[in-house]
Design a protein around this ligand. Structure first.
Ligand code: DLL
Length: 439
């Protein structure tokens, strides 16, 4: 099909806050932090109770580092006050609700005022712009719509930037491919593993994924590695950039990556104050560059302010580059609750992804199975060979990966190299770990 809509280069100005200096950002942060903590204390009983118990008061916040004296907020706090107990505004001021399903327990429910939604769209648009998406482009949005923040969050961001949004949602891969072929979008928004599913399905249909109209992919909602970026960029002939967020803090758009430097996502620090804490000793706030758990405080949200929210995402803070006043986050190496402890050695699926993609003949389609056959934990990596890798070479590749995991991570594991197309494909956030120990 041919391109029929006219294309013009449209104005694409930065928000003034994007170019602020570090000092300017920090002075905005302090004022907004003082306001937010007082606001939450006055309006949300849980914060008042926590702060009174801990013997701290909003008036103790004299400088940014004083934040470290305030108690954390956890997902469990949202669950305990399910569904709306942590909202700071009356229900008629809540313009939208989202919820994250999670794998266990009650969902966590989050809410936004009209102003919160506008801020979210603005920050999401900043991310897309930084990743090279341009006003006037067609944007195929394959994040799931519904209670999940991905679909509607990315949609609003793309609209705010001034693009033509194609609201596909996740799944129905054949249909996605048809729409990509027919509508010729310039950019795609989805999880990295779902883009892999799309590329894989295209190849099965005899379509070369390098020949589509897509130029940029903005990928997030799950951990992914530099090796996966390379795989997707080469397979699809695109620029692949990261976008980060979580429902409790806002949704997609908390941080976004530059398509020029591709060096990690810039956190919009005029709206969020990040901290890194020692994941094993939460009383220790770590310095920039040190790896630990990411903690966020929202600075402008009205419906659901969150103060020192523990993300359980493991990363580090780095100085800003493309937006020097805003710090970057390194890649998320994993979530503390996704960490597999195998006979005393800690490992994350992203480490396996990184090593597997360095072995010729192995594909990025893999899963991890943990069992305990003889009172000892065992890990099996099930991974598909690539189409062009014959079974003889596949066995050799499996041995190579096994050795590489032993050398680099220190764990012994079994590798099952399986045929292409055997493992379940992602349609959003992919589940990589199958813990069969209790069965
Ligand atoms: O996944 C928000 C989102 C949607 C972000 C679309 C980006 C794109 P939740 O469902 O609440 O929200 O899940 C949040 O997903 O704590 C991380 O563990 C993980 N995550 C999100 N973005 C990234 C990323 C959305 N870029 C949880 N890299 C977070 C690694 C990510 N992990």
């Amino acid at each position: 099909m041919t391109e029929t809509l006219a294309r013009t280069e449209l104005p694409n100005p930065l928000d003034p806050e994007e170019t602020m200096s570090r000092d300017e950002i920090e002075s905005i942060q302090l004022a907004r932090l003082q306001e937010t903590v007082a606001y939450a204390y006055d309006r949300v009983p849980l914060y008042k109770e926590k702060y009174d118990t801990a013997g701290v008061h909003p008036s103790d916040l004299k400088e940014l580092s004083d934040l470290g004296n305030f108690p954390f907020t956890e997902k469990e706090d949202l669950r305990r006050t399910y569904p709306f107990g942590m909202f700071a505004v009356p229900q008629h001021e809540v313009a939208r609700i989202h919820a994250s399903s999670g794998t266990t327990g009650r969902p966590t429910v989050v809410g936004y005022t009209k102003q919160d939604l506008e801020d979210w769209a603005k920050l999401g648009a900043r991310c897309l712009r930084l990743s090279g998406v341009k006003p006037g482009w067609k944007v195929h949005n394959a994040y799931g719509y519904g209670l999940f923040t991905g679909g509607m969050g990315a949609h609003a961001a793309a609209e705010h930037l001034g693009t033509t949004v194609i609201p596909m949602s996740g799944g129905q891969t054949e249909k996605q491919i048809q729409m990509i072929q027919d509508f010729a979008p310039d950019a795609i928004l989805c999880t990295p593993t779902y883009l892999l599913t799309i590329a894989d399905a295209m190849q099965r249909q005899g379509i070369d994924p390098r020949t589509t109209s897509l130029k940029v992919a903005v990928l997030g909602a799950e951990p992914w590695t530099e090796e996966m970026r390379h795989e997707l960029e080469v397979t699809m002939n695109i620029d692949a950039c990261d976008i980060y967020g979580l429902s409790e803090v806002m949704g997609p758009g908390v941080a976004g990556e530059s398509n020029e430097s591709k060096d990690g996502s810039h956190i919009w620090e005029d709206h969020f104050r990040p901290e890194i804490i020692d994941a094993f000793d939460e009383t220790r706030v770590l310095g920039d560059g040190e790896p630990g758990e990411l903690v966020f405080t929202s600075l402008t949200k009205k419906a659901l302010p969150v103060i020192r929210y523990r993300t359980h995402d493991l990363t580090r803070l780095l100085p800003g580059t493309a937006r020097p006043g805003h710090r970057r986050m390194g890649r998320i190496t994993g979530r503390s609750d996704d960490m597999i402890i195998l006979r005393g050695v800690n490992l994350f699926p992203s480490q396996i992804e990184e090593l597997a993609l360095k072995v010729a003949g192995l594909s990025p389609h893999f899963l991890l199975e943990i069992t305990r056959p003889n009172r000892m934990d065992e890990l099996a990596v099930k991974i598909e060979r690539r189409e062009d890798c014959d079974t003889g070479r596949a066995e050799e590749a499996g041995r190579e990966l096994q050795k590489s995991i032993k050398i680099n991570i220190g764990s012994s594991c079994r590798i099952d190299v399986v045929d292409p197309g055997t493992l379940a494909r992602s349609s959003g956030k992919l589940r990589r770990i199958y813990d069969l120990r209790d069965k």
